[in-house]
Design a protein around this ligand. Structure first.
Ligand code: ADP
Ligand code: ASP
Ligand code: MG
Length: 402
């Protein structure tokens, strides 16, 4: 008897026909003698629509009430899916996040899972029920509903798979698997049979929203067997995400694009020790996550410091930078939010020199200017103008013959 955790994203449960299709996938898995827990997202654009509804009432909703509101999207899906499974004549029960035992940090909007009390889930499995769980949500120590951040249902699924030591976690979505880049941007992107946790984590963190990055982090930590596959072409094998892949010649595995970026530059900062610490500790104190950092060499006693943040943090980052400018006597703040980060990822670059040069050559030949660069062991990211980002992804994808 195997335990399979399956997760179905928003498009996969968007309407009656799609819900019936998902009910069939789940009951087929159950018929094959498996225990099944299915995690669902809100239908279609429901989460975005709920955010719009809140904005019609207030420009400053409390984060607690936003979580109460957003958690309802997943609860609609879970009950409709359970009804579709009842219709097919199978024993099923739906559980919201707290009923399924999800305990999270106190923070609203982007809470991390602390623990899953698996008792209820296990009881339902023991009763031979198919269990449907609302993704993206839990409860904190004050018994308040929390959500896990956009795309967080993937993490709910992997967390259940880890907590119950499931034999497999299948993420069903609207593409056939993980591609060399977003197939909606590059039509000739191709599907990967497998990818390492590390590569997938970098791609997801760099904007490939096919998996929530925390779900990949958790899958790696608890060695969860993960597969991304299509709920529409459900008999086509997807992409396995695992610790090691077959040795292959590919220099890089994929290209990702992230438009959720803003750049701030503080110009002519006094060139003294401790200056960078002052700025970045003030940003950290405001819980602003900084991504790429670039500092120029000092000239005439001053230097420039530039950094990027997600657009959600831009107001706080600007406020901190203005205060810093006044305190240290810097000259000017330059802000830009129509920028994108384009990244290449692949373990192949560890042992192959010239990967960065090849990326920069492709951009240079297409007249795309790079304003910042950052690298890690298996990733190179560049910051460019947003209106050139899709073209950049295409030319880089071509250059590496992916
Ligand atoms: P779900 O609602 O199922 O969670 P998402 O919209 O969150 O689905 O994620 C699937 C989408 O991710 C795809 O439709 C695709 O446009 C996008 N995507 C971005 N990068 C990739 C990639 N490298 N491979 C596959 N899909 C990708
Ligand atoms: N419904 C949530 C979102 O749209 C969570 C998810 O789909 O994973 O972000
Ligand atoms: Mg998603």
């Amino acid at each position: 008897m195997n335990l399979i955790v399956q997760k179905f994203g928003g498009t996969s449960v968007a309407n009656v026909e799609r819900i019936r299709n998902v009910a069939q996938i789940i009951t087929d898995t159950y018929e094959r003698g498996n225990d099944v827990i299915a995690v669902v997202s809100a239908q279609g654009d429901t989460t975005d629509d709920l955010i719009k509804k809140a904005a019609e009432i207030t420009s400053k909703p409390s984060s607690r009430e936003m979580d109460v509101l957003l958690s309802t999207g997943e609860q609609i899906s879970m009950s409709l899916l359970a009804m579709a499974i009842e219709e097919l004549g199978y024993p099923v029960i739906s559980l919201s996040g707290w009923q399924a035992g999800f305990l999270t940090e106190a923070t609203h909007g982007n809470a991390r899972i602390k623990k899953i009390n698996t008792e209820r889930l296990q009881n339902e499995l023991d009763k031979k029920n198919i269990v449907i769980v609302a993704g993206f949500q839990g409860i904190n120590r004050y018994d308040d509903i929390t959500t896990l951040g956009r795309g967080g249902s993937d993490t709910s699924a992997v967390a259940i798979a880890a907590a119950l030591k499931a034999d497999k976690c299948e993420i069903y979505t609207d593409v056939d698997g993980v591609y060399t880049t977003d197939p909606r941007i590059v039509p000739n992107a191709h599907k990967l049979d497998e990818i390492t946790y590390d590569e997938m984590l970098e791609l997801a963190t760099c904007g490939a929203n096919v998996l929530h990055n925390r779900s990949v982090e958790m899958a790696k930590k608890y060695s969860v067997k993960l597969e991304v596959r299509s709920s529409i072409n459900s008999d086509v094998p997807g992409t396995e995400v695992k610790e090691v892949c077959k040795v292959e010649k590919m220099l890089i595995k994929g290209v990702a694009m992230d438009n959720d970026v803003a750049r701030i530059s503080v110009l002519e900062v006094p060139n003294q020790p401790g200056i960078a610490f002052k700025l970045f500790s003030a940003l950290a104190a405001e819980k602003v996550n900084v991504d790429i950092i670039l500092q120029s060499v000092g000239r005439n006693g001053t230097k420039d410091i530039s950094f990027t943040v997600s657009t959600a943090h831009k107001q706080q980052a600007l406020k901190v930078s203005e205060e810093f400018k006044e305190i240290v006597g810097a000259k000017e703040i330059v802000f830009k939010d129509n920028v994108s980060k384009v990244s290449i990822v692949g373990a192949g670059m560890l042992s192959n020199p010239g990967v960065a040069a090849k990326m920069f050559e492709a951009l240079g030949e297409s007249n795309i200017n790079i304003s910042m660069i950052s690298t890690s062991e298996i990733k190179i990211s560049v910051l460019i103008d947003q209106d050139q980002a899709k073209r950049a992804v295409n030319v880089i994808h071509d250059a590496f013959a992916l």
